[in-house]
Design a protein around this ligand. Structure first.
Ligand code: ADP
Length: 262
């Protein structure tokens, strides 16, 4: 079988990816080619494999089969071009470090582990905190930040990495309105710089507004492409499996955005 090649301009290309936990597949035969400079929403029900998809791209979970290419090379070779914002709950926020420390650690890919963070990178970390509206909280212990502020620390950390391709796992989960606006502004700044962001997203009502591209996922890719073509009642029903509560959410989402569901 020939191995597909992908030009270096493609930020993320996934071929034939299958991931299993304890031999039970949770992602099956995933094929995706993500175009450059897009804000991409990953949408699907709980347990659909959205986080697993991100983790498989970042070599955080083993792949049963398939390949992931980042700008035409393996993730291992390209990790300096990739930023990751994990789920907020996946982190021990009691760890005794300041917001500035967490952001500065994001630059380690550039300066190497175990070297002291120099003035240049501290400045970069400070600027990144400023971009997410947290300059005044730089020296506060992360345990003493609100949930929304913690989420913004993560975003600042990703910014300090100055990546080309970002993976964000539910950055909008349980954040206040100010943080939500800050995240949207930031996503647009990244897009304007030609960067590509893949964002796990739960709120169907804002998919049309926030994303130019959508991956509808439920163990398999139900449909992926420009939001206009993919975020339709038909494909959403296939993704959410027709359960009553999910479908009424879908209906509400489409009514709010397009009035399209009948
Ligand atoms: P989503 O992000 O769409 O909610 P996940 O990727 O977190 O979905 O999970 C997909 C499936 O894999 C779920 O059934 C979940 O229970 C299972 N799963 C996730 N992580 C693990 C793990 N570390 N070990 C075993 N099963 C897991």
């Amino acid at each position: 079988m020939s191995v597909p090649t992908h030009p270096p301009s493609v930020p993320l290309a996934i071929d034939d990816l299958t991931v299993a936990y304890n031999e039970k597949p949770v992602l099956w035969d995933i094929d995706l080619d993500i175009p450059e400079g897009k804000l991409v929403g990953i949408v699907g029900p709980n347990g659909a494999g959205k986080s697993t998809l991100i983790k498989a791209c970042l070599d955080l979970v083993p792949r049963a089969s398939g390949r992931v290419m980042v700008y035409g090379e393996s993730y291992k070779k390209q990790r300096g071009k990739v930023g990751y914002v994990p789920q907020r709950e996946s982190v021990d926020w009691d760890f005794p470090v300041s917001a500035l420390d967490v952001v500065a650690m994001g630059t380690y890919g550039k300066i190497g582990w175990c070297k002291p963070v120099g003035r240049k990178y501290k400045k970069l970390a400070m600027e990144s905190l400023d971009r997410v509206g947290l300059a005044d909280f730089a020296h506060r212990q992360i345990s003493q930040l609100s949930g929304g502020q913690q989420q913004r620390v993560f975003l600042a950390r990703a910014l300090a990495q100055d990546a080309q391709l970002y993976f964000m796992d539910e950055p909008f989960a349980a954040v206040d309105a100010a943080t939500e606006r800050a995240i949207v502004t930031l996503l647009h700044e990244l897009k304007d710089q030609g960067k590509t962001c893949l964002v796990v997203h739960h709120d169907l009502a804002t998919v049309n507004e926030y994303f130019d591209w959508v991956i509808l996922l439920n163990m398999r890719v139900v449909k992926a492409g420009p939001t206009d073509e993919v975020f339709t009642a038909e494909y959403l029903k296939s993704t959410y499996g027709g359960t009553l509560s999910a479908l009424s959410k879908v209906g509400d989402a489409l009514k709010q955005t397009k009035g399209a569901i009948k």
